[in-house]
Design a protein around this ligand. Sequence first.
Ligand code: BTN
Length: 263
Amino acid sequence: MDDTINIDQLLQETMVRRGQWLAETVSTNSDALSLAGDCSLELPYLIGADRQTGGRGRGKNAWWSSAGALTFSLILEPDQFAIQQQQWPRISLATGVAVGECLAAVVESSAVQLKWPNDVFLQGRKVAGILVETSSNAPGRFVIGIGINVNNSVDEAPEEVQRLMASLRSTAGHPFDRMGILSRLLIHLERELILLGEAASEQLDRFRERCLLTHEFVTVTNPNEEVSGLCLGIDDDGALRLQTEYGPTTCRSGTVRRCEGEP
Ligand code: BTN
């Protein structure tokens, strides 16, 4: 199968206005953040790579991937999609919905779940991660980094990653068309960003339908606090609702751990 990414085709089929695809880089998000301050850039701008040597995840996490994965970043302005500033925190959730639904169209749909805020799981293991960043050099611009384990195999991953990750190829037992998935994903993402601009509540309903955490006992950690409780789902602002021993509470950001062995 031809596994190359054709930027010209993406320019024709999707919202992307300019882009480049590299054989290898350290991190497409770092590249995108360096480029984002350039006012002459036509947006959305896509930068992708067949291999990242230092992929970054949320917080202090690294993002491991090998050849066959899809790793890329988009530079865009929420204004292009009429997304008001109060909706900016939901860009990562909207991206999660786009990635989840794109993957659900190519594998068994019910096996794809979303772990708040924006991890995508396949058969209970993480298949895709999203890192949304901004830079003070590029006010009003966002970098949306997406990593999807498509044709890279779980067996090639370091042991500590293998237990946690899924790849489309390892799950389905056959390779996938990366270019087709990327093009379809960019179309899904444009639609979700437009819906976010319209403050469409049904987007959150679609997140809820695939929510991995609802009815699970979880711990949410962020720099200021750690909160544990039963996950009640996602509220209308996209925040995570928990029933704790002190009463109901809402988490707007953080890393979530599922607590095994809880009642
Ligand atoms: C996470 O799950 O913590 C987020 C992972 C995000 C990985 C992608 S791969 C493309 C882009 N470049 C990076 O360095 N990170 C993101």
